[in-house]
Design a protein around this ligand. Structure first.
Ligand code: ZN
Length: 243
């Protein structure tokens, strides 16, 4: 799985594709595949290490399970529903874009996704890093950030850093708000600072996650605190293929 990449990708789509992308809907799409299952993968206690399902990999990415949320058709279906309710093409497209970006990002790990579900349960997995979700949140964080997964997150963060101007208040009011009915609707209900906070929240969360988890993975935990940028790493992690 990817971590902060899911928080950051929508900002870059907005920066590159312009007003056709509604950032809030693209973020919703980007969060949608994991939102129903991540809690069960890691467990419900604060540390995220309490197991509540026997086979988190099967649940998260398999069928039976909620692996269908990581398919192209899931994004398409929800986007179609959004269009039916809102009649807003940009919202539907943005949700689809976010959901598909999440799905393709997750093909980079060793479990991968059922891209073509329900037509096939085949998993597309590129094995760039190891899927370690079944080991609990902390071990997963260490594995992810010391492997090429962390590099993938940093790439998105650096790319966003080159577009820092899009996070300024000036850009938000001039370029973002007038081109998305979501913000126009919100403008009459929320203060400026609430709108700006919402707009920047996922970028802030993504960048803070990367920094925090790297510091923790490399300097604080005493379990496996060295980088392993080998393909399919980290090598200490248990090998985990599709369910
Ligand atoms: Zn995912």
């Amino acid at each position: 799985m990817s971590w902060a990449a899911h928080d950051l990708e929508p900002y870059l789509f907005r920066a590159k594709l312009g007003g056709v992308v509604s950032l809030p809907l693209c973020l919703a799409g980007s969060y949608s595949p994991d939102i129903l299952s991540k809690w069960a993968v890691y467990g419900l206690d604060f540390s995220g290490d309490a197991k509540i399902v026997d086979d988190p990999v099967q649940l998260h990415r398999g069928w039976p399970g909620v692996g269908f949320t990581h398919s192209l058709s899931f994004g398409l279906l929800v986007a179609a529903l959004i269009f039916l309710v809102s009649r807003n093409k940009s919202w539907a497209f943005s949700f689809l874009l976010g959901a598909w970006a999440h799905v393709f990002s997750d093909t980079l790990d060793s479990v991968g996704v059922m891209l073509l579900f329900p037509f096939s349960e085949w998993h597309m997995h590129l094995d760039v890093w190891q899927y370690v979700g079944q080991a609990g949140r902390r071990a997963d964080a260490i594995a992810y950030y010391t492997s090429l997964g962390g590099v993938w997150d940093v790439l998105w963060a650096v790319w966003l850093a080159f577009h820092w101007r899009m996070l300024t208040s000036e850009h938000f009011h001039r370029e973002i708000v007038p081109r998305d009915t979501f913000w126009i609707w919100l403008r009459s209900r929320a203060s400026d600072s609430v709108m700006l906070t919402l707009y920047r929240a996922s970028a802030f969360f993504g960048i803070a996650s990367i920094i925090g988890w790297y510091v923790w993975a490399l300097f604080i935990n005493d379990f496996q605190n060295s980088l392993d940028w080998s393909l399919g790493g980290p090598q200490w992690a248990p090998r985990q293929g599709p369910p």
